[in-house]
Ligand binder design. Structure first.
Ligand code: ZN
Ligand code: FE
Length: 254
């Protein structure tokens, strides 16, 4: 049974430590803030054995070198993490299996936010670490990939079992919610979730993790195919509807 410790890092990132008690193995999922991650691990009494990167951005891989220097952790990630100056010990991509102790996770290519972005899916545990690919009520900006590519990536995540717990890397939920209601105004489940999000945030609580069931019901990016009429593009392909939602979010002044 994995233990997961989530804590705020930088301005709006989450640090994530995954611990397998049987072996003592502990993975930092991304390295937004090496000092804080090392402090949190020490407070838990966990020794970081692994770093698993989702993508190369500095708020995800910027602490790799410091954590490796402090702990000797093995760094696993997509080839692109080498863009910020630290070599990964193991390069992974679609279909690879990584292990934390004896617990297996599957690597999914979810490129689009960056070209090489990956997610780590613990199938038996129904837990997925999705980085900046999918957020609560949102998705990553398309800095490098195309809308078609991102739609394919999000479709892979959407196809996981609905009870999957999703850990994303940022607390962007409340601003995502402000946008979501502008494209999916008729969605009662969304309205209820937005009220719940506002309550959680007013109490200073995290809205991450979330479940895939929640996202399927309320995330306007996953729901793009159902929003075609509302978007004024009834004959569009699914990825085109997604691209339109993404385009509107990019221009949204919340
Ligand atoms: Zn990013
Ligand atoms: Fe990020």
């Amino acid at each position: 049974m994995l233990q997961i410790h989530q804590f705020p890092c930088l301005s709006d990132n989450y640090g994530l430590l995954v611990h397998e008690p049987e072996s003592g193995a502990t993975a930092a999922i991304d390295t937004p803030d090496a000092e804080e991650i090392l402090r949190q691990a020490a407070a838990k009494g966990w020794r970081i054995t692994d770093v698993w990167n989702t993508h190369w951005h500095p708020d995800h891989a910027g602490g790799n070198a410091a954590i490796k220097a402090a702990t000797g952790a093995v760094v696993t990630g997509p080839a692109e993490v080498e863009r910020i100056g630290t070599a990964a010990d193991r390069i992974v991509g679609e279909g690879d299996v990584v292990q934390l102790g004896k617990t297996k996770a599957r690597v999914l290519d979810v490129g689009g936010h960056t070209l090489g972005h990956v997610a780590f899916v613990f199938d038996a545990e129904n837990i997925a670490f999705v980085g900046d690919a999918l957020f609560a009520l949102g998705c990553g900006r398309l800095f490098e990939g195309t809308p078609e590519q991102m739609w394919e990536s999000l479709s892979k995540l959407a196809a996981l079992p609905e009870q999957t717990t999703l850990y994303c890397a940022h607390e962007y939920t409340q601003s995502n919610a402000r946008f979501a209601v502008t494209v999916d105004a008729a969605n009662a489940a969304l309205a209820a979730r937005v009220a719940e999000i506002d309550r959680l945030r007013s109490e200073g609580k995290a809205t991450v993790p979330m479940t895939l069931a929640q996202e399927r019901a309320t995330n306007p990016f996953l729901r793009a195919p159902l929003l075609k009429a509302a978007l004024g593009m009834p004959g569009a392909q699914d990825w085109e509807a997604f691209a339109e939602v993404r385009r509107r979010k990019d221009g949204f002044k919340g």
